[in-house]
Design a protein around this ligand. Structure first.
Ligand code: OGA
Ligand code: ZN
Length: 373
């Protein structure tokens, strides 16, 4: 049976569950999260936190018919909580989230055959297959869909099954092929060193979907590298370089006739908990570094070091994608590139689009919800 102990001096309710776990719940937190304060349909909070005194306290606490029942001292309001709900929301443990999936780091020895892979048919028609595939894709940050229809819109249809598309200055979808008057190196036949797309954007796009409609030219192989593994290894090998890359903003820029989009970014971006959040790495979009002269050389040393790592066999995975395949990767984690191709030897045409991380995670949560209930 759940045990309650009202600790008025500490302004907490101590709860001990039958499984041996226990936690302290601050009074204000309990009042703020009283189930009666949420709209029953939308589950949004309607309770006004400024309408209660800051020193609000519980006068009575009991377990009644399986619920924890509290009475409040300001207006006599009675709150009822499910002990299992409180257990799942113990302060300090972090909220449960089906989309919180730890990245599994990989390096150059990852065989392309062992990447997560699924058929377009199964992903388009089965929610359980889609959920499993999205979870695996989130772990590696890189996956392949095969059996794609020879239809220019098939990649977008698949991406839309995950979430709405992220539009950019290149459109809602973009054609990667050798074009006259290219506004982007991707639209030439040149090699593209490993990079993340659109590092110049305020928020670079999340997951990239690249459908290989044709890859018949000589060359045009694909390269990938796990930026989180690179950053992780750099942190161990050369903490000074890691530190510089994670605190020094540098400029990125894209410009053509219609746009001039610029942003300073950290090459290695950590979240407030110190975990790797994303990489911004794109040598062709890097602007003119504007650091003070006395910090330039140290920064260049660090920048060249990570650049060398993105070219080393120990981190880079090389493969060749064929028409009918689509690669999906987290553009804010996994760097991608290609070898040069000869447009005179055959046609090469990729069609790409993006779905941001937030929508990707949302699909994982909603599909998990269906699975459990
Ligand atoms: C791009 C790109 C890869 C390729 O369009 O940004 O990286 O294989 N393309 O052409
Ligand atoms: Zn790219």
């Amino acid at each position: 049976m759940t045990q309650l102990d009202l600790r008025g001096d500490d302004r907490v309710l101590h709860v001990a569950w039958p499984d041996g776990t226990s936690a302290d719940f601050p009074f204000l937190w309990l009042r703020d999260n009283c189930p009666s304060g949420f709209h029953p349909q939308t589950q949004e909070r309607e309770f006004d936190l400024t309408g209660i005194p800051a020193n609000i306290a519980v006068t009575q606490a009991s377990v009644d018919d399986g619920s924890i029942v509290l009475t409040w001292d300001d207006d006599g309001h009675v709150s009822r909580y499910d002990p299992a709900w409180l257990h799942g929301h113990r302060p300090g443990i972090g909220l449960a989230d089906p989309a919180r999936i730890e990245p599994v780091l990989w390096r150059g020895d990852l065989a392309p055959e062992s990447l997560p892979r699924a058929s377009a048919d199964s992903l388009m028609s089965r929610d359980d297959a889609l959920l499993e595939f999205l979870i695996e894709t989130k772990k590696t940050g890189l996956a392949i869909v095969d059996g794609m229809a020879n239809d220019e819109d098939a990649g977008m249809a698949m991406a839309r099954r995950v979430g709405f598309l992220r539009e950019t200055n290149f459109g809602t979808t973009f054609e990667v092929m050798s074009k006259p008057n290219p506004n982007n190196l991707a639209y030439t036949s040149h090699a593209l060193p490993l990079h993340t797309d659109l590092a110049n954007q305020e928020l670079p796009p999340g997951f990239q979907f690249l459908h290989f409609l044709a890859n018949e030219a000589q060359g045009g192989g694909s390269t990938f590298c796990d930026g989180f593994a690179v950053a992780n290894d750099l942190r161990e090998d050369d903490p000074e370089a890691f530190e510089l890359l994670s605190v020094t903003p540098v400029p990125f820029r894209f410009q053509d006739e219609d746009y001039d989009i610029r942003r300073h970014q950290l090459v290695i971006d950590l979240d407030p908990f110190g975990n790797l959040q994303e990489l911004h790495f794109n040598a062709h979009l890097a602007g003119i570094f504007d650091l003070p002269a006395d910090r330039m050389e140290a920064y260049y040393r660090a920048y060249r070091k990570i650049m060398q790592m993105t070219r080393s066999k120990s981190h880079v995975m090389t493969t060749r994608l064929e028409s009918g395949e689509m690669v999906i990767f987290d553009n804010r984690r996994v760097l991608h590139g290609r070898t040069a191709f000869d447009p005179n030897t055959g046609f090469r045409h990729l069609r790409g689009c993006y779905v941001d991380r937030g929508e990707f995670d949302s699909r994982i949560r909603v599909l998990s919800r269906k699975k459990t209930g």
